[in-house]
Design a protein. Structure first.
Length: 327
């Protein structure tokens, strides 16, 4: 009869579980032992930055990867794995090359020889070449590094200018730090200004809308009263033409009216009447005594030193003959 899980021995179950977990962990960290291919070793005078898990290439094609890089005596031993179908001849050469500008490397294998390279035999240093920096690296890598070299030379030649620039930048930063309050106030005022402009934009929009509405109403009114306005405008045009034709006469009338207005003002300035002078209204004899009535009137006038200022009498221009005042 099959036992349930709870009826089994916990100690045995725990040991078996831990063994299974340990097995899985070992497999996860040693998957390379299950890889196919053949392991080879090569001796280099220096590692040139080559690291484990970097690739092995033949004519640019990936055929394997580096397993380990160890120091052995006076040389560096590099162990790598290659596909089993690669005809790795006994005279093949290996060279460490730069993969990209970030500093990765790869092992470049150049196949040569009729006999197959024995996995137990190490490739000697006579057939290996460490990295020659840019030799054999891709063309784009060499161009990139050459460009970086030119930039470095340009920066070095402008060292003094860069120092001055950094010094001025420091002064500018200090000035900005000292004026941070002013800048903050400026930004705040700018915000208020933008807000006010936004409000004015709304007001201007309303004004323009009202103007358009008013112009439309005026247009409609003109269209409705065109029959009435047209004759009035025609008559107004005729009046303007008449005034233009008689402009000289109007100017002459205004010039003539000036003295008349001044004289009229003098004649009406003494009261609620108009002063006037009529010369030779009554005929006088050329010689002889005046009538008694006139003599008496003259004497009365002489006593009052002329009748000027009294209603009812006035003097002649000579001051001798008083005449009745015309009212």
């Amino acid at each position: 009869m099959k036992k349930s899980f709870r009826e089994r021995d916990p100690l045995t179950t725990g040991v078996l579980g831990m063994a299974v977990v340990a097995l899985f962990v070992f497999i996860a960290f040693n998957l390379t032992i299950f890889e196919g291919g053949t392991d080879y070793r090569a001796a280099f005078t220096e590692a040139s930055g080559l690291k484990p898990n970097e690739v092995v290439r033949i004519a640019g094609v990936k055929v394997g990867k580096i397993k380990s890089v160890d120091l052995e005596g006076d040389h560096v031993k590099v162990s790598f794995n290659m596909n089993g179908n690669v005809n790795f001849g006994s005279l093949s050469r290996a060279q460490i090359k730069i993969g990209n500008i970030l500093g990765s490397h790869y092992l470049d294998v150049q196949l040569s020889g009729v006999k197959r390279q024995s996995p137990q035999a190490e490739i000697p240093t006579s057939r290996t070449t460490p990295s020659q920096t840019l030799q054999g690296s891709p063309e784009n890598v060499r161009k990139t590094l050459a460009g970086l070299q030119k930039i470095s030379r340009a920066v070095a030649s402008r060292d003094d200018s860069l120092n001055d620039l950094l010094s001025h930048s420091s002064n500018l930063s200090k000035t900005l730090a000292d004026r941070s309050g002013d800048l903050s106030q400026l930004v705040s005022d700018g915000s208020l200004l933008l807000q006010e402009l936004n409000n004015r934009r709304a007001a201007i929009g309303t004004l323009l809308s009202g103007t358009v509405s008013l112009s439309q109403q005026i247009t409609d009114t003109i269209e409705e009263n065109r029959a009435t306005l047209h004759p009035a405008l025609v008559n107004l045009h005729n009046v303007v033409n008449i005034l233009q034709r008689n402009q000289g006469n109007l100017e002459k009338a205004v010039q003539t009216l000036g003295p008349f207005v001044i004289t009229s003002e003098d004649a009406t300035a003494n009261g609620r009447w108009i002063d006037g002078y009529l010369q030779n209204l009554l005929p006088f004899p050329a010689s002889g005594a005046l009538p008694e009535q006139l003599i008496g009137s003259r004497q009365s006038t002489t006593k009052t030193k002329s009748g000027a200022g009294k209603p009812g009498t006035t003097n002649t221009p000579g001051g001798d003959n008083p005449l009745p005042l015309i009212k």
